[in-house]
Design a protein. Sequence first.
Length: 363
Amino acid sequence: MKVMFSKTITYIRAMMLMCSILLCVSTYAQWQGASSSTFAFLDMPFSSRLNALGGTNVALQDGDISMGFVNPALLCPATDKVLQLNYAYLMDGTMLGSAMYGHNFGPSSIEKKSPIDKPNFFAVGLHYLDHGQMPYADEYGNLTGGTFTAKDILIQLMYARQLGQTFTVGVALKPIISVYEVYNSFALGVDIGGHYHTPDSALHLGLALRNVGWQLKGFYSQEGGQHREMLPLNLELGINYRLKHAPLRLGMTIHNLQRWDLSYPIASQELGGQVKWYDMLFRHTIFSLDIVPKSERFYLTLSYNHRRRAEMQLADQRSLAGFSLGGGVRIYKLRLGFAFSQLTKSSYVYQASLSFDIQSMLK
């Protein structure tokens, strides 16, 4: 018991150290970077699981490979030989999709005590956002005839290593390509993350620094060279706790820790003043509730994202903006997932996921 407690304290200290390092890196990046950023689609949920959880959750390690999209340290033994396909229809022909595959290498057993006998988790992901057909228009909004297309593509190479029984670290390399009509851009980003869970897996803690990087090629040139912008940097901290005597799991994610103000100044003035401090505090948080039985053959998830509601809610209309609902079921070696969220009164997002355990299906 003393040895286990000592290891737990060591891993928590390691996470605190990593948090300090990542915070310094993120602060430096914000100081170096511009006030604006590009490639905002990097913050979109590319799976039904993430959508149901409010958009992100950097602490939940439940074997869903898509969780590696927000924290590469959430890859685990259960993501080995798993292929996942995701699709979402957003609005007016805008579609979002992704494919992810996991492969573990090195010794498969995590029971060995030798420090070199630790599993290594790898995954690759291809994510795209198709904005559909958009009409040409002048600067005044007058249609000039014809249409053009716009697409965003993200390739994600993820690697994680388990250190001991309860601590995992991970990193992801992300080439990013955007093509808007005749304009195109290329960027390179990096995600770094850590994950800890108690030996009984009741408590999960996660930390991730996402989208560290820059545009290598801007959409257009300006005097003196390319116009380059920062990626949407995001430092996130998460916690999940599963109740002992009820099939419930509570979660909270705190995002954008590197900056306090998440409001739009012009919009805030138009709506009647600055955002209150408590409102701003809740804009940094996402709350989730999972119903998960012991068999873990299905789950139901409800979440609330206050920032999304504050930005999407219309003053004279009622809607469920900010709330997300989802569920999933495991049938043999298949996992089916579905999520629903409402952006505005007339704008809905439906998202579906399908996961295959390739190795088991081929036996």
